[in-house]
Design a protein around this ligand. Structure first.
Ligand SMILES: Cc1ncc(COP(=O)(O)O)c(C=O)c1O
Length: 385
């Protein structure tokens, strides 16, 4: 989608709000003044709007019951809530199994818990394509494992973890299973009912909804304690007056993601982008190309070029993309994901182009036109053949 004059290839950072979402949110802002906890008509109308959205988000995740959905402020809050709730539910168990490529919201929370509560964190490695080492995963599980937290799709490379295959071993060890599905929701068919996860995090702004709204799926019957305490909202699972317009927008975004899935041609566009870049810049390396991965993500290394310089030049040419390092932190530290994949030497040369159903062929045409010059002007060293 050209936003203003920008070809926007940073959907994994955030997506443009769908106009139909915006319209519903404006209506909620102006027409639903009541507090959803109030018993009067205005309160009841706001409550109804939230419950409609809950049904829509439950459908997106294929949850059995709408009440398995708790609205939060986003993917980060959902992740932190899930991790802390799982540890509180199993006080006798002191270990968490995760991977080396999780999002900062998981990583930093686990590091904090290791420091403050002495929790042992077992980080399972990945291979050069970002695939989880399944033997190491099984070996990491044990009688002390309280929780497994593994992402469904990686935000930098798009690589998928086979969640449905990973859950049974965690359950056999008596652990809960949480997945950070923030990048997967709206881009893949998800079914929490059939994968058997106990908790799953999603975020509205990755699927053309508003920023600052997310959800945590909590399987019915899972012992749970809330992170934010106070009033009894969200059935005592998340205190605070609900973000009614945000939740309404999230519901519409979830419905549209399901509706538009059939006509979504993001995969063809991403494949075209990768094929044409390989033609104009044959040295380009597609990271994660041997793994099952999201159809919208192209994580590309341009050996010999500096990613930050490229991003700056692309930005000046009206193209928004990102590097692994910047998407997580806004800084320039090497991406922990690429380091974990053993690709540290490429970390400074890797640019992520992430697409959505709003991208067009014209966006790709523009990128292909400017990229060879951008890569050449951003060279940091000569490659010796
Ligand atoms: C995999 C993953 N998890 C969690 C988050 C955090 O989501 P939010 O921005 O809604 O807090 C992100 C956002 O980039 C993400 O990519």
């Amino acid at each position: 989608m050209a936003i203003g004059s920008v070809a926007y290839f940073d959907a994994n950072a955030s997506t443009p709000v769908d106009p139909r979402v915006a319209e519903a949110m404006v209506a909620a802002l102006t027409e639903l003044p009541g507090n959803p906890s109030s018993g009067h008509m205005a309160g009841r109308a706001a409550r109804r709007a939230i419950e409609v959205a809950r049904l829509e988000v439950a459908a997106l995740l294929d949850a059995k019951l709408p009440n398995e959905i708790v609205f939060t402020s986003g993917g980060s809050e959902s992740n932190v809530t899930a991790i802390r709730a799982a540890l509180a539910a199993c006080p006798d168990r002191r270990e968490v199994v995760t991977s080396t490529v999780e999002h900062a919201a998981v990583n930093a929370t686990l590091d904090r818990l290791a420091m403050t509560d002495g929790i042992t964190i077992r980080r399972v490695p990945v291979d050069g394509n970002g695939c989880l080492d399944l033997d190491a995963y099984r070996a990491a599980l044990g009688a002390d494992t309280a929780l497994v937290t593994l992402m469904t799709a990686n935000n930098e490379t798009g690589t998928l973890f086979p969640i449905a295959d990973l859950v049974p071993a965690a359950h056999a060890a008596g652990a809960l299973f949480h997945t950070d599905a923030v990048q997967a929701a709206g881009r893949l068919h998800l079914s929490v009912a059939s994968t058997g996860v106990d908790m799953a995090s999603i975020s509205a702004h990755k699927l053309h909804g508003p920023k600052g709204v997310g959800a945590l799926y909590i399987r019915c019957g899972t012992t749970f304690s809330s992170l934010i305490t106070g009033g009894g909202q969200e059935r005592n699972r998340r205190a605070g007056t609900e973000n009614v317009p945000g939740i309404v927008g999230f519901g519409v975004a979830a419905r549209l993601a399901l509706m538009d899935a059939k006509t979504d041609d993001t995969a063809q566009l991403r494949n075209r982008l990768e094929a044409e870049i390989a033609t104009v810049l044959p040295n380009t390396i597609v990271l994660g190309d041997r793994a099952a991965r999201l159809a919208n993500t192209a994580c590309l290394a341009f050996p010999g070029s500096d990613a930050e310089m490229m991003l700056h030049r692309l930005d000046r040419a009206g193209i928004a993309a990102s590097s692994g390092s910047a998407c997580a932190s806004g800084g320039s530290a090497p991406s922990h994901v690429l380091l974990a994949m053993g690709l540290g030497h490429l970390a400074g040369s890797t640019v992520r182009f992430s697409l959505s159903r709003f991208n067009t062929d014209a966006d790709v045409d523009h990128l292909i036109e400017v990229l060879p010059v951008v890569a050449r002007e951003s060279r940091i060293l000569e490659i010796v053949a």
